[in-house]
Structures are given as structure tokens and as C-alpha cells.
Design a protein around this ligand. Sequence first.
Ligand SMILES: [Zn+2]
Length: 74
Amino acid sequence: MISHDPVKPSRMTLVFIYTCPFCQNEVMIPAPLEPSNVRCGSCRNVFPIVPVDGPTVQYIHTMLLNGRAAAVTD
Ligand SMILES: [Zn+2]
């Protein structure tokens, strides 16, 4: 079954990019709010990341109505 009406985004997530210190591969992490260790998908090494600020992320979500306000209309 195919829907004929294009679907708008229902919500969003902010993705942050961290450069692996071992191989310079870019690792994409959706809004990491706590310090944690991530594994590089390329070289498989693990490295700690600096988290992002929760209120800042929340502000952007609010500004974009959790992504719905960013949808192209017409
Ligand atoms: Zn790496």
C-alpha cells in the first residue's frame, strides 16, 4: 500500500559529530547529554566525548516545534 500524502516529520533529533582521535573518522551521536565513551565505527577504538548542553538542545527543539516547524509547506 502506498500513501499519496507526503508525510511531515513527527519529531527530530540533533546529531552531533565527533572526530575520532585515532583515525579522524566522523562519528555521529544523537544529542549526547551525558559524558560517555563511544566506539568509532571505522577503527573500532573507544574514546570519551564531551556532552552537549541539555537546555540548548531543548531550546532548538522548542524553536522548531520538535521539527514540525522546519517542514517545507506548499
Ligand atoms: Zn576511528
